[in-house]
Structure formats: C-alpha cells, structure tokens
Design a protein around this ligand. Structure first.
Ligand code: NAD
Ligand code: UDP
Length: 312
C-alpha cells in the first residue's frame, strides 16, 4: 500500500536515492532539507512527480506533518562538513532526532534513524558486530558526529521503551555512488574528482588504514527492508559491504579505472582520531533482513566514475 513518507536530508547523497526509490514504489514522498550539504540537482528529476514535495526546513526546529514513516537522514556525513560547524552537527544529531522522534510519537509514524559505523569509533574488535559498544573519544574532533549519533540511538531506544514509538536503527558503513557532492570531502569522491582533474590523489597517512565500501543501491535496499520488516526486529543493524580495502588500494583501483589520468599518489598527514580499520559484521542483517550487498567495488566505482565524468 502506498504511504506518505518523510525523508529528512532528502536532497543529500543517500536521501536523494531513497526518495527516488520510494517514489518509484508509488509512495508520496516529503523531502525535507536545509541544503547545508544537499543540492537541488540531486532531486531535480523527482520534482516533476506529483507525489514529490520539497520542504526547506531545519530539523533542529520542530515541525508538524502527517506521515506514515520517517527516515531521519539529515546530518552532514563527511568529516570536512560535520567538523566545519561542530555545534550545529551535534544539534542536528540530538535536537533533530528529538524533534523527529517527537513527531513520530505524535502522529504514530514508524521512524528509521540513520546511524553510523562511527559509533564504534577506532575499534578494538574486528570486524564490528552490533553487540560491540565501541571506542569513541568523547572530546575529539569527531565527537560532534559520533557521540551525536550515539545519543540519537539512545533517544530512539528511550522513545521506544518509554513511548512505544516504532523505531528502527541502521548503522551505515562507508557508502559511495552517484550524487555525492564533488566537494563532499570523503575519500571515494575526492580520489575520483582528483583523478579526473589530473590532480594528485592525496592519501592521508601511509594509506594502510582500511575501510569497507558499500555501493548506494545496496544500502537503499537494506534500509527499506529494515523499515518494512514486521518481525519486531528494531536493530541496531549494520548495513555495509564486508569487502575491506586499504586506502592505498582504493587509490590504485581508481587510477586503473581512469587510464587517461596523469595523477600520481601523494601522502598527507593523517587527521586526528582517524580509525585504523573498519569492516562490518553483517550476520545480523543476513539473518533478520535476508540482505547482503551485491555490488562489488569495481562495478560500483565504474558507475561513480561515469557520474563524475558527466557532472565535471
Ligand atoms: P549528505 O551530506 O550528502 O546529506 C545530508 C543531508 O542532510 C544534506 O542534504 C543536508 O543538506 C541535510 N541536512 C544537514 N543538516 C540538516 C538539518 N539540520 N536540517 C535539515 N537538513 C539537514 O550525507 P549522506 O552521505 O547522504 O548521509 C545521510 C545520512 O546517512 C547522515 O545522517 C549520515 O550521518 C548517514 N551516514 C552516511 C554514511 C555514508 O557513507 N554516506 C555513513 C554513515 C552514516
Ligand atoms: N582519506 C584520504 N584522502 C582523502 C579523504 C580521506 O586518504 O582525500 C582517508 C581518511 O583519512 C580515512 C579514509 O580515507 O582514513 C576514509 O575517509 P572518509 O572521510 O571517506 O570516511 P571516514 O573516515 O569517515 O570513514
């Protein structure tokens, strides 16, 4: 049955893909965004649909809307952007989540909170299971984001226990694909843009730190399965691709995909609190959602390179 669905952060990278998928399934979609890191270009094609509505709003302020479901994605995701105004980031994560959970409670909507692998911090357990509590620096430059997301998870669980709000928590691992902002600052878009512009690919640190990269379509499938599952499973659940690569390997793969590039790899200092390794354990998502990623890194990178070739 078609529903009325609110997507906060709907003009951002993940939000725009989610809005598109929900519209394609005949739902009415309310895309809410303050355009801090989002872009109209990401949702331009969706604007033609009568079932799509754009609301310019900041989730740190309350809003009343009649909806069946809420996907709460609003929050800058790239370290460069979330560290630009850290106080705003924590407000978006905490007050924003409070407002959206309050709305869900009031109109009896289901709410899915976009959390992050960053709640595990610089982990001592590898790969990371949902049961791992994490190793997060509470006073570092990443804290506005990772502690903010941890608090948003706490709020979800407390609204659930105290007010019976139907919540879902997904912990998203590094995701990439079309619609990433070219100035996003995360590693995949940085390297592709640098390679296409014949600029050096700047690897931070020695490049031996690892990440596991998930293509956007796999993530969207997982998020929708989580929202729609009626088994009583509310998470938190990891959504990520367990194939792990070092940042140096990633740079090399991207250079191979753009053979005409004259770029070389250079090394710059590692940012403070940069996690050394990250890989999701997705046993729980497999069991509870019958979900696992399907798109291999090369295939996803190809599609992403095509996108950046078009927009640059
Ligand atoms: P993004 O920066 O592309 O999108 C975030 C969107 O939220 C933007 O459109 C921005 O304008 C909007 N926004 C920010 N603050 C807002 C506010 N106060 N009110 C209203 N709108 C606001 O980032 P993304 O990669 O699409 O990430 C979306 C969500 O997924 C975020 O919550 C992020 O923490 C989470 N996440 C993403 C990744 C990833 O790899 N992309 C990993 C883990 C978690
Ligand atoms: N990184 C890099 N060059 C860049 C951007 C990032 O070497 O231009 C590194 C960064 O230090 C980190 C990894 O790539 O070790 C992933 O960084 P990103 O900001 O994409 O995500 P996160 O650190 O949040 O996982």
């Amino acid at each position: 049955m078609p529903k009325r669905i609110l997507v906060t952060g709907g003009a951002g990278f993940i939000g725009s893909h989610l809005c598109e998928r929900l519209l394609s399934e005949d739902n009415e979609v309310l895309c809410l965004d303050n355009f801090y890191t989002g872009a109209k270009r990401n949702i331009e094609e969706l604007m033609d649909s009568k079932k799509f509505e754009l609301i310019r709003h900041d989730i740190t302020l309350p809003i009343l809307l009649e909806v069946d479901q809420i996907y709460n994605l609003a929050c800058p995701a790239s370290p460069v952007h979330y560290q630009y105004n850290p106080v705003k980031t924590i407000k978006t994560n905490v007050i924003g989540a409070l407002n959206m959970l309050g709305l869900a409670k009031r109109v009896k909507a289901k709410i899915l909170q976009a959390s992050t692998s960053e709640v595990y911090g610089d982990p001592e357990e590898h790969p990371q299971k949902e049961s791992y509590w994490g190793r997060v620096n509470p006073v570092g430059i990443r804290s506005c984001y990772d502690e903010g997301k941890r608090c948003a998870e706490t709020l979800c669980m407390d609204f659930h226990r105290q007010n019976k709000v139907d919540v879902r928590i997904v912990r998203i691992f590094n995701t990439y694909g079309p619609n990433m902002n070219q100035n996003d600052g995360r590693v995949v878009s940085n390297f592709i843009v640098q390679a296409l512009k014949n600029q050096p690919l700047a690897v931070y640190g020695n490049g031996n730190q690892t990440r596991s990269f998930q293509y956007i379509d796999d993530l969207i499938e997982g998020m929708i399965r989580m929202m729609e599952n009626e088994s009583g499973f509310i998470g938190p659940v990891n959504l990520g691709n367990p194939d792990e690569f070092s940042i140096k390997e990633l740079a090399e793969k991207i250079l191979k995909l753009i053979p005409e590039s004259e770029s070389k790899i250079i090394y710059k200092p590692l940012p403070q609190d940069d996690p050394k390794q990250r890989q999701p354990d997705i046993t729980l998502a497999k069991q509870m959602l019958d979900w696992e990623p399907k798109i291999k890194l090369e295939e996803g990178l190809k599609k992403t390179v095509e996108y950046f070739r078009k927009i640059l």
